[in-house]
Design a protein around this ligand. Structure first.
Ligand code: ZN
Ligand code: ZN
Length: 372
C-alpha cells in the first residue's frame, strides 16, 4: 500500500483500465442495494472515475447490470477513444435522449448531488417514467484509493513540494504581491508536470490571513507578515492539497504563539491518523489542543477532508463526521486559527492511511521559519 515506485503515467492508466471491470461490479452491487437496475453518472469526477475520460464535464456514463457506456459529444470522439477504457462509446449531442434509448425498461438511478431539476425533467421526458435519486452512491468506493490512485496523489504531492520549495525561497519577500507568489507557484507546478492547480491558490498575508480562503490578491506582502499559502498540483485528475505559513521577517505576537499552537495541533492530528479511527476522533485530537489554549473558537472549519478526483471528497475529519478511516484513504490534516482584524494561519499536510497508521505525503518542512 505505501511502497513507493517510479512514477509512470502510462502504467498507471493501464492499471486503471485493468481495474475497471471490478470497479463496475462494485458499482452494480451498490446499485442493486439501492433498488435500481441502471445508473446515469453525471458528476464529472465520477464520470472520470468510471471511464478514464479526462473531459468529464461534457460526458456521462451509463451503467447497467451487464454493460456500461461512455456518452459524450463529437468534440471528443478521438479523445474518448484514446482515453476511455469503456469500449462502448456513444457520440451524441443529446446525452439524455440517447441514454434513455439504451435502456430496456430498467429502473434508472441518477445522482441527486449533481443532476439539475431541468436535466431530470428532460431525462424523464425521454424515459417516459420517473428516475430514482441516489446520493453518494460512489462515495464509499471513491474514498478508498486503489494503489494506482495513491501513486497519482503521491506524484501530485511531490510536484506541490517541488514548486513550493522553488517559489518560496525565490519569491516571498516584502513588496511582492500575493498574486505574484500564486502565479509563480502555478508556473512551477506546471513546469514540473502538473495538469494544473487543484484550486485557486490561496496566499493570505497580513490581516488577510484571517480569511481561511483568502485567494491571492494584489496586496503587497509586508515585513513581519505571517503568510498562509494553500496550494496543490493536479495530475492525472488527482488533487494535492498543502498549506504552509511562513514568516516574512520576524512575526510578532500573538501570531507567533498561534503558529506553535496550530503546528502542535496539526502534528497531533497526523498522529491520530490510523485505520479504524473515526473522523470525529482525529478531529478532536487536533481541536482539543487549540481549545486548551483558548483558540477553539478561532478554529471554525473541519480538520480535514479526503482528496482524489475532487479536491474535497470523503472521508471527512470533523466534529460531525460519520466516517471511519481505512487503509488507502488519503486525507488532509489542516487545523487553522483565524481572528478578524489580527490575522491567522493554517498548516496542512496530505496523509495516506496505511495498514498501521498514516504516511505523510507532503514533504515540505512545516516548522516555523522566516524568509525575506
Ligand atoms: Zn488546502
Ligand atoms: Zn484542504
Amino acid at each position: 500500500m505505501s511502497e513507493t515506485r517510479p512514477f509512470d503515467a502510462t502504467e498507471l492508466q493501464r492499471e486503471a483500465a485493468a481495474a475497471a471491470p471490478a470497479l463496475l461490479d462494485a458499482v452494480r452491487a451498490r446499485l442493486t442495494d439501492s433498488g435500481a437496475e441502471a445508473l446515469l453518472v453525471t458528476a464529472p469526477a465520477n464520470v472520470r472515475y468510471l471511464s478514464g475520460f479526462s473531459s468529464p464535464e461534457d460526458g456521462a456514463v451509463l451503467v447497467t447490470l451487464d454493460d456500461a457506456w461512455l456518452i459524450t459529444d463529437d468534440r471528443y470522439t478521438v479523445q474518448a477513444g484514446e482515453e476511455s477504457w469503456l469500449s462502448n462509446q456513444v457520440i451524441t449531442r443529446e446525452i439524455f435522449e440517447r441514454a434513455a434509448g439504451l435502456l430496456e425498461g430498467q429502473t434508472l438511478a441518477v445522482e441527486a448531488d449533481h443532476m439539475t431539476i431541468a436535466w431530470r425533467a428532460d431525462l424523464e421526458r425521454h424515459l417516459n417514467r420517473p428516475v430514482v435519486t441516489t446520493q453518494d452512491l460512489l462515495r464509499p468506493l471513491r474514498m478508498v484509493k486503489r494503489p494506482f490512485e495513491v501513486a497519482w496523489l503521491r506524484e501530485a504531492a511531490r510536484i506541490t513540494d517541488v514548486a513550493f520549495g522553488q517559489v518560496v525561497d525565490a519569491t516571498l519577500r516584502p513588496g511582492v504581491r500575493e498574486l505574484d507568489v500564486a502565479l509563480e507557484l502555478e508556473r512551477a507546478m506546471r513546469a514540473e508536470g502538473a495538469d494544473g492547480v487543484s484550486f485557486e491558490i490561496i496566499v493570505a498575508s497580513g490581516p488577510r490571513s484571517a480569511m481561511p480562503h483568502g485567494v491571492a490578491s494584489h496586496r503587497p506582502i509586508e515585513a513581519g507578515d505571517l503568510v498562509t499559502i494553500d496550494c496543490g498540483a493536479r495530475v492525472g485528475g488527482y488533487h494535492a492539497d498543502m498549506t504552509r505559513a511562513i514568516g516574512v521577517g520576524a512575526v510578532q505576537e500573538p501570531l507567533r504563539s498561534w503558529f506553535d499552537a496550530v503546528l502542535a495541533a496539526q502534528r497531533a492530528g497526523v498522529a491520530a491518523i490510523a485505520p479504524g479511527a473515526d473522523g470525529t476522533v482525529v478531529d478532536a485530537a487536533a481541536r482539543d489542543l487549540l481549545t486548551a489554549v483558548g483558540l477553539g473558537d478561532a478554529f471554525g472549519h473541519s480538520l480535514g477532508h479526503g482528496t482524489g478526483l475532487d479536491i474535497h471528497e470523503g472521508p471527512r475529519l470533523s466534529p460531525r463526521s460519520k466516517d471511519t478511516l481505512a487503509p488507502g484513504m488519503v486525507v488532509t490534516v489542516e487545523p487553522g486559527v483565524y481572528v478578524a482584524g489580527t490575522g491567522g494561519l493554517r498548516i496542512e499536510d496530505l496523509v495516506l492511511v496505511t495498514d498501521t497508521g498514516g504516511e505523510v505525503l507532503s514533504h515540505t518542512p512545516k516548522d516555523y521559519r522566516e524568509v525575506g
